[in-house]
Design a protein around this ligand. Structure first.
Ligand SMILES: [Zn+2]
Length: 563
């Protein structure tokens, strides 16, 4: 049997330590895993959970006794006795998973760690031992919401030894999950999928959450592959397992083979359109040596850059992927945020499984993709596909945003800048000059009608101008945040807010501009999607004032990101 073990764990906010622990061990033809969740109250329950895991994992490969669940129960009783002295008030939930090469499975559990089968949805196989469901069966989502679920009727606790429940199955394969309650009880189904894809929760108040994902392929040669994500709460005891490269762990039916594609392959359908946009910019700006566009998959610190001495502009596929994810997020969130603002809500509440919720996750993904080591595609998200109806709105934003960014890079070349500025002041001036070039190119001679009264319908030209302003704004926000935070020398770039303000002035948008409103909402979603923002009374709530506030927040955000 081939087993791919993947440990995903995120510390919560309630204790100083992550009290979820896990470990794996194996011996000839058998594999054992354990997950333990130390109780939140009490000072040393993280240490208790770790001690249980280590005791089980150290014992298993060293014993010759034939596996039976009674053997495990007896061993747990000994471990319980041995740990009582050091942990007189110890309390933890545990789940143990034993599988043979033949596929026969035994699970022992005590407390609220659960076993699930995962096939795109999670199907929970056991019920937790909580007061909420002690007297009557209850669906798991109802248990999750019940305040009494935190009171455990059974667990691994020093006070008394309680024999764990046993579940046995003759033949298992596929993907199984061992999860702590921070995963099954605090995350919605779609958030669970994001977490399994490698995403982390941003909830301000949360429990430790962890999942040990085990993908079993029977009929394959014995092989155990481990991805522990570099975490310190995972314990392995055996000949060192082969490390699985992070990018190939993801299980996904849409990709053939065992390797995820490069970003360049993922976005192959987009390359020609991006190239055509670039060619139009170059054609519109008469220069002696027309700049060339190159694509790269290198992990460089600058995702879009230019080298005027060689008349070349380079676009990194990771930057393209991030910009695309951001555009898909905005495409989905715009309508929802626009409506929320109209109805006076200070924050968005997402309907589970809605496109708006997916948009919100896309924003997180856009952020993750620009991190130097966050370079892998999360299969929770739909793949880039120019033919997909579901992606059209986001694609429109994407192509307009990348147009502004490419124009900015061409702007450096057209303006005769050197490859490197001599001083920080020169650098800032050159950035603003490139910004102005890009904004001017994107405006393309359109203008808002200054005589139009508020709420009077704008002309077709003005609507088109608004669309282009959104695109420029998105490109600018994206580029400003990442040029700003990814480079060492931060005073080389003008403040994000000042750049946005310049661009808005350049567009000459009206105070009730929908583009301003959408952009301010977008900045809000980017910086603090779950936060409460003051809602001005409708009489003073112009798009312009919303944008001013968003810019002020963006300024603080960029400053914090730098520290
Ligand atoms: Zn620049």
């Amino acid at each position: 049997m081939k087993i791919e073990a993947r440990w995903l764990s995120q510390k919560g906010t309630r204790t100083d330590d992550n009290r979820d622990h896990a470990g794996i061990a194996w011996r000839h033809g058998e594999f054992l895993a354990i997950v333990a969740d130390g109780a939140t109250n009490g000072s040393n329950n993280g240490g208790y959970a770790r001690a249980i895991v280590e005791a089980v994992i150290d014992w298993f490969p060293a014993t010759d006794d034939a596996w039976r669940h009674e053997l495990m129960q007896a061993r747990l009783r000994e471990i319980h006795q041995a740990l009582r002295k050091s942990f007189p008030r110890g309390s933890a939930s545990i789940i143990l998973f034993h599988v043979r090469d033949t596929g026969s499975l035994t699970v022992l559990h005590s407390g609220d760690c659960l076993l699930g089968r995962h096939d795109g949805h999670v199907h929970w196989q056991v019920t937790p031992h909580t007061l909420a469901n002690a007297l009557a069966d209850m669906p798991l989502d109802a248990i999750a919401k019940s305040p009494t679920r935190h009171l455990l009727t059974q667990s691994f606790r020093s006070r008394e030894f309680m024999v764990p429940d046993v579940l046995a199955q003759k033949k298992v394969s596929g993907t199984l999950l061992l999860a702590t309650d921070g995963f099954w009880a605090e995350l919605t189904e779609s958030e669970q999928e994001v977490f399994l894809g490698g995403g982390q929760s941003a909830a301000p108040e949360r429990d430790d959450r962890s999942v040990l994902q085990l993908s079993l392929s029977t009929g394959e040669p014995t092989e155990i592959l481990l991805d522990d994500g570099g975490s310190t709460n995972f314990y392995v005891r055996t000949p060192a397992p082969q490390k699985l490269p992070r990018s190939s762990v993801m299980e996904d039916v849409t990709f053939a083979g065992d390797k995820l594609p490069n970003f360049s392959d993922l976005f192959i359908g987009y390359e020609a359109r991006i190239q055509a946009i670039f060619d139009r910019i170059v054609a519109a700006s008469s220069v002696n040596f027309p700049p060339q566009l190159e694509f790269t998959e290198e992990d460089s610190s600058m995702l879009f850059k230019c080298k005027p001495s060689e008349a070349s502009v380079t676009a990194d596929w990771h930057g393209i992927a991030s910009l695309w994810a951001m555009s898909q997020g905005v495409g989905r969130l715009c309508a929802a945020m626009f409506n929320a603002r109209r109805s006076g809500q200070a924050r968005l509440d997402f309907v589970e499984g809605s496109e708006a919720e997916l948009g919100y996750h896309f924003i997180d993904e856009a952020r993750a993709l620009v991190k130097p080591r966050g370079h892998r595609w999360n299969t929770y998200f739909p793949k880039p596909d120019l033919g997909s109806d579901r992606l059209i709105a986001g694609d429109v934003f994407f192509f307009r945003a990348i147009e502004w960014i490419l124009a900015h890079e061409v702007g450096h070349i057209v303006s005769g800048h050197d490859d490197r500025a001599w001083t920080a002041q020169q650098s800032r001036d050159e950035e603003r000059e490139a910004d102005r070039f890009a904004t001017c190119y994107v405006i393309g001679g359109l203008a808002a009608n200054p005589g139009r009264q508020p709420r009077e319908r704008p002309s077709q030209d003005e609507i088109e101008l608004e669309r282009r302003a959104i695109a420029a704004g998105l490109g600018l926000v994206w580029v400003a945040i990442y040029e700003d935070t990814r480079t060492q020398d931060t005073d080389m770039y003008p403040a994000v807010a000042a750049r946005i303000d310049d661009a808005i002035t350049g567009f000459g948008l009206a105070d009730d501009s929908a583009a301003l409103e959408i952009l301010s909402d977008f900045i809000k979603a980017w910086i603090d999607p779950e936060g409460q923002w003051p809602v001005a009374p409708p009489s003073d709530a112009t798009a312009r004032s919303a944008m001013d506030e968003a810019c002020a927040r963006l300024y603080d955000h960029a400053r914090e990101a730098r520290q």
